[in-house]
Design a protein around this ligand. Structure first.
Ligand SMILES: NC(=O)c1ccc[n+]([C@@H]2O[C@H](COP(=O)([O-])OP(=O)(O)OC[C@H]3O[C@@H](n4cnc5c(N)ncnc54)[C@H](OP(=O)(O)O)[C@@H]3O)[C@@H](O)[C@H]2O)c1
Length: 280
């Protein structure tokens, strides 16, 4: 299903020219997706926007010039992703960037993750990005100049697993490994995958944890700032990008070398704070 004004789409394409940069954003109805859709529209991108619920491209971009269309898609359904990729290549002609913002982040004690939680986590956060890559890769390989697929992971590099986020963190670590392996396989092509770790941000889905991040000394980031960093990641084709101030960067580095040193610096201490804010 495509929502938007077909006449407007034709006008915008003609006005902007078919050489305008193009992007597909999946999981665009959340706080980070909406900020990115507005930014890319302002930067002159033509876009295909997607998530599961009904929405409207003009409402998401803040523009009524037909620069974007909205389609419904579900990353847990490979057929839905194949349909999205076919419709997006058909509409945009070529795709410079695919940004996958679809994700879920239930935070619980080890024993409290239910079987349904685990199925959903694996389907959305792990199988979703893999199937999405498979759906878009053939078209990206074929076009001149290739393209970039940016997968939005968890905060830091995906491998820093905080307490009371164990099963969630496992899915982000899996995504980071997938991106690394796929990039090694794609070496020598013009297609790049990116793992993007946003800083904890001022979005509705994160709001239950604002107080926790503040107590941990982690400053909340505005979604517009995350969107600017995602755009820089697209333009520079970064294979990995970790947002956040010096604390998050230092913990990421130390954790990569020695998890016990990262515990000593602060990760173990964070457990109590996180536990106080865990929904039971
Ligand atoms: N905000 C933060 O502080 C923060 C920090 C680190 C990482 N992240 C990650 O960054 C991403 C975006 O964050 P956000 O704050 O914008 O999250 P959000 O508000 O929860 O948005 C998540 C988006 O994913 C879509 N989605 C969920 N399941 C889907 C599925 N099966 N198929 C297609 N779309 C699906 C949702 O739309 P529908 O429900 O309509 O499908 C929504 O558009 C998430 O992966 C989040 O975990 C966020």
């Amino acid at each position: 299903m495509i929502t938007g004004d077909a006449a407007g789409i034709g006008r915008a394409a003609a006005e902007r020219g078919m050489d305008a940069p193009t992007a597909v954003l999946i999981g665009v109805t959340g706080g980070l997706g909406q900020a990115l859709a507005r930014l890319l529209a302002a930067e002159g991108f033509r876009m295909v926007l997607a998530a599961r619920r009904e929405h409207d491209a003009a409402a998401l971009t803040g523009r009524n010039d037909g620069s974007a269309i909205y389609l419904r898609a579900d990353v847990t359904d490979p057929a839905s992703l194949e349909n999205l990729a076919a419709a997006a290549f058909d509409h945009l002609g070529r795709i410079d960037a695919v940004v996958n913002l679809a994700g879920i982040s239930p935070r619980k004690a080890i024993e409290d993750y239910t079987s349904a939680d685990l199925d959903a986590l694996l389907a959305v956060n792990v199988k979703g990005p893999i199937c999405l890559t498979q759906a878009f890769l053939p078209g990206l390989r074929k076009q001149t100049g290739g393209g970039v697929i940016v997968h939005i992971g968890g905060a830091m590099d995906g491998r820093v697993a905080l307490p009371f986020m164990s099963a969630y963190a496992a899915t982000r670590g899996a995504l980071a490994s997938y991106v690394q392996g796929a990039n090694r396989e794609l070496a020598g092509t013009d297609v790049v995958l990116s793992f993007f770790g946003p800083a904890p941000s001022n979005t509705e889905s994160e709001s239950a944890y604002f107080d926790m991040w503040r107590k941990m000394g982690v400053a909340l980031c505005e979604p517009d700032a995350v969107a600017r960093d995602i755009l820089a990641t697209i333009r520079q084709r970064r294979r990995a990008h970790i947002m956040g101030g010096s604390l998050l960067r230092m913990l990421t580095l130390v954790n990569a070398v020695s998890p016990s040193a990262a515990d000593a610096i602060g990760l173990r201490r964070f457990g109590k704070l996180i536990q106080q804010h865990s929904p039971h």
